[in-house]
Ligand binder design. Structure first.
Ligand SMILES: Cc1ncc(COP(=O)(O)O)c(C=O)c1O
Length: 387
């Protein structure tokens, strides 16, 4: 990384007050707030406290900007992006809005995060689909097994971009090609890759890409966005409808109009007034990704992870449990050891925050982390292994 870029990362780190006394490796659970996010939320609270102007339309302006911001980050058109409350929102629009024939098969991984499973299971029960689990191989979604599971009735593959517990990044390009060859819609839960692993929804030919912004996107819980392929969008019937799903041309002075047209955009699936404080937080947080660039963030995070991985490989007490191949690695790195729960307690005692998932310690590395953070973790690991 060149000096100018390094300075940008260091400057951004300074906006995260926690970095002064905590090492935070837990963005895969919930991203920390920056002072910029805090200020944006506070500014809106102050505006409402003063209540000396009519700011009813403020949220609409921010929402409009955010659709463009997220569109640019994932290679979409603005009209193909909607704002939701979380990852599940986009999954639900698709699962409950797209009419599929009874008996359609929905394929999911048997080691998938529950958001996909519960949403599609409920849709399957309601509409008479069959939810079919594709067995994982070596704790990851296996393309050959997936191909074998496809039948003439398979209509949807719903899969995570990055697996939550070991950071395995699915090969969306290959999955998309197989889906297209078999007339299968590809629905991607993007939350564990969004903001750290580049994605281009159009180039990849994804049908749905949905992501909460509460983790790697560093916004409050209760924020998200979703992309719908425009051709697919026209086939989806809104599973819930709001008066703000139709186009008022921003004129809210004569409201007895009951024949306004629905937006011809993904916005039609949004639901009523926005969670305005969260939009303020999202807007402040999205600027980091525009400023640093997701490819640079990925490079930064992977370099820090490489240092950690090198140490783990050199110490026989520890074992890496995530994939390190360029195609499948992500900003989530996992490893384990015999007494991993005890090790976790020791790490937390030293003010290093990371999660335990499925028998491993999960280290989520983000742009505000630096070499000092890695050094501190390595020190605990080294001390612990000598006990
Ligand atoms: C892969 C994945 N999907 C979804 C979620 C959360 O879903 P939602 O944003 O709908 O709460 C998580 C973590 O909380 C996750 O790891």
């Amino acid at each position: 990384m060149n000096e100018k870029l390094e300075k940008k990362f260091a400057d951004c780190r300074r906006e995260f007050p926690h970095t002064e006394n905590t090492v935070y490796f837990n963005s895969a659970s919930y991203g920390p707030f920056s002072i910029t996010v805090k200020k944006a939320i506070e500014d809106n609270i102050n505006l409402r406290l003063a209540a000396d102007i009519d700011d009813t339309l403020y949220a609409f302006t921010v929402a409009e900007e955010l659709r463009s911001d997220y569109a640019a980050l994932v290679g979409a058109d603005k009209q193909d992006i909607g704002l939701g409350l979380n990852t599940s929102f986009g999954l639900n629009v698709m699962a409950f809005g797209l009419p599929l024939p009874r008996g359609s098969e929905i394929l999911v991984s048997d080691i998938e995060f529950p958001a996909i499973i519960y949403t599609w299971r409920a849709a399957a029960e309601r509409f008479g689909y069959e939810l079919k689990f594709v067995p994982a191989k070596d704790m990851s979604f296996d393309i050959e097994t997936f191909k074998k599971a496809i039948t003439g009735k398979t209509k949807v593959l719903a899969v995570s971009y990055v697996q939550f517990f070991n950071g395995y990044k699915n090969d969306l390009a290959t999955l998309s090609q197989i889906c297209r060859e078999n007339d299968i819609l590809l629905v991607v839960d993007g939350i564990q890759g969004m903001g750290t692993e580049p994605v281009d929804v159009r180039q990849l030919g994804l049908d749905v890409f949905t992501s909460g912004c509460q983790k790697w996107m560093l916004a409050p819980q209760g924020c998200g966005f979703f992309y719908l392929d425009p051709e697919l969008r026209r086939k989806i019937q809104p599973p819930f409808m709001s008066w703000l799903g139709v186009d008022w041309q921003m004129n809210f002075t004569s409201l007895f109009k009951f024949d306004n047209p629905c937006f011809d955009s993904t916005r039609k699936f949004e639901l009523g007034y926005y969670v305005v404080l969260n939009l303020a937080g999202m807007k402040a947080a999205v600027r980091y990704f525009q400023h640093l660039g997701i490819e640079n963030i990925q490079r930064h995070n992977h370099r820090l992870i490489d240092r950690l991985a090198e140490y783990i490989k050199s110490n026989r007490r520890y074992k890496i449990t995530s994939s390190m191949t360029p195609l499948h690695r992500s900003s989530i790195f996992t490893f384990t050891c015999d007494n991993y729960k005890e090790l976790h307690q020791e790490i937390v005692k030293r003010k290093i925050i990371l999660a335990l998932r499925e028998g491993s310690l999960r280290v989520s590395v983000h742009f505000f982390n630096n070499d000092d953070d890695i050094d501190k973790l390595l020190e605990v690991l080294d001390d612990f292994s000598k006990r």
